[in-house]
Design a protein around this ligand. Structure first.
Ligand code: MLT
Length: 260
């Protein structure tokens, strides 16, 4: 069982030291988290998050050419010379199977790399919410939602996703979140769910959603909003710099079980 539910709703509100002894769940719902989970669900061998383009190119050059793909964005668009951008649909197919994906995005991979101090680090998204909830409950650690935001600022899409995970964990534990940030995220999610507004529509009204619509990438929002689509946990291992698929353990909360 998780031993407390906490959150940092924007990068500026995270002190990496407070992650010590905690399970961090890093969330960049639109779109880096969704891409990493989708790539691993499609059989990618690993995702290697890189801080910047130069680091990604160096990581790519160090691997055998046929085994690696480069992916990510700057300004929301594919980086010049990279194989793939930051649209989850690009990673939803056999082309990524068995590949190492060096991956750099503006906010998502940066947030992930700031969580090295945590006991464990999982990738959180709408598309694998239930699996993440199960892994949190199995881990027996305090859990800390880390929202990637945009340029250091809070974004509603990440807060909603943090709330979707935290509210489910809290419901299963029969307790309330342990700090106001997690409580605010849960309230945002519960109010979104109660409103009846379809999640893709709600996400279009967020900061990240508006940017994607402007770039002509609104389909990515629909993909991102596929709640509980993948039964997969993605875990970041700072010692090797890899994000790997960790299948839910047999004793995990059964996928698809109703909220308790
Ligand atoms: C990021 O890491 O900043 C986002 O994934 C940006 C995007 O959606 O392109």
């Amino acid at each position: 069982m998780a031993l407390g539910v906490y959150a940092s709703l924007a990068p500026k509100l995270l002190d990496p030291a407070e992650l010590s002894g905690r399970l961090a769940v890093v969330i960049d719902a639109l779109r880096a988290s969704t891409v990493m989970v989708t790539a691993l669900a499609n059989g990618a061998a690993r995702v290697m998050p890189c801080l910047d383009v130069a680091e990604a190119r160096a990581a790519e050059a160090a691997l055998p050419a046929g085994d690696v793909l480069s992916g990510g964005e700057r300004g929301g668009l594919k980086i010049e010379g990279f194989d793939l951008g930051n649209s989850p649909a690009e990673y939803d197919g056999p082309g990524v199977a068995g590949k190492s994906i060096v991956f750099t995005t503006t906010n998502g991979t940066r947030a992930l790399l700031r969580c090295r101090n945590a006991e464990r680090v999982l990738i959180g998204s709408f598309v694998n919410r239930r699996s993440v909830v199960g892994a949190i409950l199995d881990a027996g650690l305090p859990v800390h939602m880390v929202c990637a935001g945009t340029d250091g600022l809070l974004t509603a899409e990440d807060v909603l996703c943090a709330g979707a995970i935290a509210a489910d964990v809290s419901a299963r534990l029969g307790s309330e979140p342990d700090d106001d940030a997690a409580a605010i995220a849960c309230e945002a999610w519960r109010s979104c769910a109660a409103s009846g507004e379809p999640l893709p529509e709600r996400l279009r009204r967020t900061r990240g959603g508006r940017s994607l619509v402007k770039l002509g990438l609104a389909d990515d929002i629909d993909f991102t909003a596929r709640l509980d689509h993948w039964n997969l946990v993605a875990e970041y291992f700072p010692s090797t710099g890899e994000v790997l698929a960790v299948r839910p353990a047999p004793h995990s909360v059964p996928y698809g079980r109703d909220q308790g």
